[in-house]
Design a protein around this ligand. Structure first.
Ligand code: CA
Ligand code: CA
Length: 377
C-alpha cells in the first residue's frame, strides 16, 4: 500500500511539472511558445484577428492554459482511479490465493491424517488375526470422517489381491518366470487384451535389448513420435504400463484393478477378484489338471464369504476339482496365500471444495507399516 501511495504521488507530480512553464520544455500542441515566434510556414497566413487584437489573444492563451490545467487534473484523477482499482484488484487476488493456500495445506494435513487412520486399522487387524479378508476393519468401506469444516475419505485395498508384474521377471533380470508369465497371459485372455502385451512387458523388465516375438525394446520406443528407451528394470509404479507397447488407454484401464508393482508375490485367496483367481491356473497346471474357470472362481468367492481361508490347504474344501489341483501342483502353496502384506491407501482431504489426496503403498511387516510409495496429489 505504501508503494502504491508513493506511485500515486510520483504519478501526480509529473503532470503538474509539465503544467509549470519551464523555459527548457518543448512547446506542446495548443500552447503558444514563449520567446520569439516561430517562423511562419510559407503560403500560410495567420488569422488576421490575432495581429489586430493582441488583448483577446492573451485572454485565449489564458483560457487555453486553464483548459490544459483541467485536462491535466482529469488525467491525474484517471491515473489515481486506475491505480486504486489495480491495488484493490491485486489485494483481492492475493486474499483469494491466501485462502486457497491455507485450505490446500489443511487438505494435505487431513489427507495425511487419513493415512494415519489406515495405519492404525492395519495394525489393529494384525493383532486380531493372521489372515486378511474383504470383511475386516481395514477393508470395509469407511464412511467419510468429518473434522471441523473438513472431510477425510480413505480407501484401503490390499495389493496382494492382484498379479505382481515385477514378479514375472526372475531375480537375475534376464529371463521370465514362465509360470508367472503364463498367469499374466491368462489374465490378458480373460480381459480380451492382445497376448503380445505379456512379451512387451517381459522386454520392458528384462535387462537385454533383444525383443521377444511380439515384444518391444528401445529400438521400437526410440522410433515413436515422442521417443524413450525401454526401462529394462522393474516397474516403480503401475502407471509405467502405459509406456509399454500395446498397452492402450483402454487396455490399461482394464488391467488396472488386477495388476500391481508392489506385492508379496502371492495372491491372497480371500481378497482376489474373479479375474485373478481364473488366472492362477495357468502354465503346466493347465495341461495336467485343467484350469480354474469362471464357475470354479465363483465357487471360491461363494465359499470364502462364510469360510474365510485361514490357510491355503482349505481350498480343498471348496470342490473336488480344487482339491485335486492343490494336491497335484504346488500352485496354491507357491503362488497363493491367505494374508496380505502390501496395502494401497488413498486418502482424500477436502476443505471448502479444495481436495488434496495422498496416494500411498505400505508394507505391513509384523505390526508396523512401512511406506514404500508416497505421493501427494
Ligand atoms: Ca486380517
Ligand atoms: Ca529389455
Amino acid at each position: 500500500m505504501a508503494e502504491g501511495m508513493a506511485a500515486v504521488r510520483a504519478g501526480g507530480n509529473r503532470p503538474s511539472e509539465k503544467s509549470g512553464h519551464h523555459p527548457a520544455r518543448r512547446p506542446r500542441r495548443g500552447v503558444p511558445p514563449r520567446g520569439p515566434p516561430l517562423p511562419r510556414r510559407p503560403g500560410r497566413k495567420r488569422p488576421s484577428i490575432r495581429a489586430k487584437e493582441p488583448g483577446r489573444e492573451m485572454t485565449r492563451r489564458r483560457e487555453n492554459e486553464k483548459g490544459i490545467a483541467l485536462l491535466v487534473t482529469l488525467l491525474i484523477l484517471v491515473l489515481i482511479v486506475a491505480l486504486v482499482y489495480e491495488i484493490f484488484r491485486i489485494g483481492a487476488r492475493s486474499a483469494q490465493t491466501g485462502a486457497y493456500g491455507r485450505d490446500s495445506i489443511r487438505c494435505a494435513l487431513l489427507a495425511e491424517a487419513g493415512t494415519g487412520a489406515a495405519r492404525i486399522a492395519l495394525r489393529q487387524d494384525a493383532r486380531d488375526n493372521s489372515f486378511d479378508t474383504l470383511d475386516e476393519i481395514w477393508s470395509r468401506p469407511a464412511p467419510p470422517i468429518e473434522l471441523g469444516d473438513g472431510e477425510i475419505r480413505v480407501v484401503v485395498e490390499d495389493e496382494d489381491r492382484k498379479i505382481d508384474l515385477n514378479r514375472i521377471m526372475l531375480s537375475m533380470g534376464n529371463a521370465p518366470d514362465e509360470r508367472r508369465l503364463a498367469i499374466f497371459r491368462r489374465l490378458l485372455d480373460t480381459l480380451a487384451i492382445d497376448r503380445a502385451v505379456a512379451d512387451a512387458v517381459v522386454d520392458w523388465l528384462d535387462n537385454d535389448d533383444t525383443p521377444r516375438v511380439g515384444g518391444a525394446e528401445s529400438a521400437y520406443y526410440l522410433a515413436l513420435p515422442y521417443p524413450y528407451r525401454a526401462k529394462n528394470d522393474l516397474f516403480d509404479t503401475i502407471g509405467e504400463l502405459r509406456l509399454v507397447r500395446g498397452v492402450t488407454r483402454e487396455a490399461y484401464e482394464k488391467l488396472l484393478p488386477f495388476v500391481t508393482a508392489h506385492s508379496s508375490g502371492k495372491v491372497n485367496l480371500n481378497t482376489a477378484p474373479k479375474e485373478v483367481l481364473m488366472s492362477l491356473s495357468a502354465g503346466t497346471d493347465l495341461d495336467e489338471v485343467g484350469a480354474i474357470d469362471a464357475k470354479t472362481a465363483d465357487e471360491i468367492i461363494e465359499y470364502r464369504k462364510d469360510h474365510p481361508f485361514t490357510k491355503t490347504d482349505e481350498i480343498n474344501n471348496v470342490s473336488p476339482f480344487l482339491r485335486d489341483l492343490n494336491n497335484r501342483t504346488l500352485l496354491f502353496k507357491e503362488l497363493a496365500d491367505v494374508r496380505s502384506t502390501f496395502f494401497h491407501v488413498r486418502s482424500e482431504g477436502e476443505v471448502a471444495g479444495t481436495i488434496r489426496t495422498v496416494d500411498a503403498v505400505g508394507a505391513r511387516l509384523g505390526n508396523e507399516i512401512q511406506w514404500r510409495f508416497w505421493r501427494l496429489e
